[in-house]
Write a protein that binds this ligand. Structure first.
Ligand code: MSP
Length: 522
């Protein structure tokens, strides 16, 4: 049983509808998952929902629903959106599922047995909204607490704590010795800076069930429930354990009863997360794993935050981008393209409707769409849709693009891959202008030259379909369909020049990205 390339996303809080930020992260992970499959690896892609905690409980109760019923309802609409986005996840975790809860409890029981927890009383300030204790470091310069914490109360409470201090030295050492552990590197430096300049405070891992009961019960003290992070992070191993991953079964003493599959997944190859949850993934999660005797994930890929019109995305102010509305108007591939082309993985980005429309028009409709449509239409018009003999004039450009794109995909540089693909599109569109097939068609002495040009253009369209298939799967499939080539190949090596054969007949050309009336849509 070979180990699979195991990739995960953050699991989203289910206290509202998905927005641009959630969708962006899932698209990044999907493109990476698809790329690895194309490059010949077996992949397991996991995403899902974080359903426990006070926020979810509060929203449910305010809508007059039981938390579980509320989560069941919302989980359906999240899953429907992920299907709409074309995500190819292999499983979908919900933290209220039995298979997840069992692993959280098994892990807690083990760490408790081995002396990693202690019980202590804490008295201090507490933000109910953020479900977290506050310290002096959280105060504004004038001593007050920021309104973003909501109501801050004084609280005296006994809880269980996870001992972290003793782990600090090895963690610093590990991150220093593994420069790729956190990507991009400036995020890694942030983590190192934090670890070197602060003494880690022990992590509170419980909440009294009398105050919050929407959580996983603590196996060694049922008057407590698990605090959100010790629940949520464990999804990355609970699902492999449920698939009977041998790397986990022994370590956490858990035997799933339901599934017959046996997959080798852990350690994860890549956790895709946003910058706001970096500390949980780069500090708490590695320590939890190490304490449990498990290997650490190989890499964290940390993306930035989207704003809209230079302001925070927020339901309360109504400043949102609704992925469903965008997809319904512009198509799913246009949405996938824009978010990855506009924003590199790392920095923050800004969504504007005008910017979206401009990229759609210039790069999708006029760039890719126009190239495919005019290439295939000319073959129809001048050669009745039948391909002439193979020619290699654009082979070198195509091979070079494929090499660069492969390297970018392997390095998770998705924006760079798209830039490289568009360089090839531009090159091919220039080739049409330079060779002027419409003029060649009028001159009987140029029959052979026209054959060459038409072959090169149609073959470039085919190569582009393969190069784009992880990003724009529907568009790539449509190009293959229009070329009458059947199903898209599942391997990157299909970028090799010469896939189209002489005397193959193509199908019907149809615009891939209909032009829009920009005045109307902006
Ligand atoms: N439930 C926790 C994660 C637990 S992972 C074990 C959580 N949920 S969340 O719904 O608040 O965020 C889910 C993901 O969406 C995070 O990676 C977060 O960074 C990302 N985004 C939320 N808003 C975002 C933007 N405005 N822009 C980009 N991504 C953002 O945190």
């Amino acid at each position: 049983m070979d180990k699979r390339f195991y990739i995960t996303t953050a699991i989203d809080y289910v206290n509202g509808q998905p927005h641009l930020g959630h969708a962006y992260e899932k698209i990044i992970a999907d493109v990476i998952a698809r790329s690895h499959r194309l490059l010949g690896e077996e992949v397991f892609f996991l995403t899902g929902l974080d359903e426990h905690g006070q926020k979810v409980q509060q929203v449910a109760l305010s809508e007059g629903k039981e938390p579980q019923a509320y989560c069941d309802e919302l989980a359906q609409s999240w899953r429907a959106l992920w299907t709409k986005l074309g995500l190819t996840n292999d499983d979908f975790v919900r933290t209220t599922e039995q298979r997840h809860k069992q692993v959280v409890q098994a892990l807690l029981a083990k760490l408790h047995r081995e002396g990693h927890f202690y019980k202590a009383q804490y008295e201090g300030f507490y933000s109910a909204k953020e479900e977290t204790f506050l310290t002096d470091k959280d105060r504004n310069p004038d001593g007050s607490f920021d309104s973003s914490w909501g109501e801050v109360i004084r609280l005296k409470e006994e809880n269980y704590y996870f001992k972290l201090k003793e782990h600090q030295p090895w963690l610093i050492d590990y991150i220093e010795k593994n420069p790729d552990f956190v990507q991009p590197s400036y995020r890694r430096n942030e983590v190192l800076g934090f670890l070197k300049n602060n003494t880690l405070e022990d992590l509170c891992i419980t909440r009294p069930a009398s105050r919050l009961n929407w959580g996983i019960s603590i196996p060694f003290d049922t008057s407590y429930v698990t605090y959100v992070w010790f629940d949520a992070l464990v999804n990355y191993i609970s699902i492999p354990a449920a698939h009977r991953d041998p790397a986990l079964a022994d370590a956490i003493d858990f035997q799933p009863s339901t599934l017959n599959s046996q997959l080798s997944l852990w350690p994860a190859d890549l956790h895709v997360i946003g910058k706001d949850i970096l500390k949980f993934h780069s500090v708490y999660w590695p320590i939890m794993l190490k304490a449990a005797g498990l290997p650490l994930p190989k890499q964290l890929l940390v993306h930035g935050f989207w704003q809209k019109d230079n302001a925070k995305i927020s339901k309360t102010t109504g400043n949102i981008v609704d992925p469903v509305a965008i997809i319904d108007e512009w198509g799913i591939d246009a949405f996938r393209f824009y978010v990855l082309r506009e924003l590199d993985i790392g920095p923050d980005g800004n969504w504007t409707d005008a910017g979206f429309a401009a990229r759609y028009q210039a790069e999708l409709a006029n760039g890719l769409g126009n190239l495919v449509n005019r290439s295939l239409s000319m073959l129809k018009r001048y050669r009745n849709g039948v391909l002439p003999a193979a020619s290699t004039e654009l082979k070198q450009a195509a091979d070079e693009a494929a090499r660069k794109v492969e390297a970018s995909l392997r390095a998770n540089e998705l924006q760079a891959a798209l830039v490289q693909i568009w360089e090839l599109i531009t090159r091919a569109n220039q080739y049409v202008d330079q060779t002027a097939p419409f003029k060649l068609a009028k001159d009987p002495a140029q029959t052979q030259r026209l054959d060459e040009v038409l072959y090169n253009l149609c073959e470039i369209c085919r190569v582009l379909a393969v190069l784009l298939s992880a990003f724009l799967p529907n568009t790539s499939a449509r190009i293959y369909e229009q070329l009458a080539l059947g199903a898209l190949p599942q391997t990157f090596s299909a970028t090799q020049w010469g896939g189209l054969k002489a005397r193959d007949a193509i199908g019907e050309p149809a615009p891939l990205f209909p032009r829009k009336d920009l005045a109307k849509s902006s």
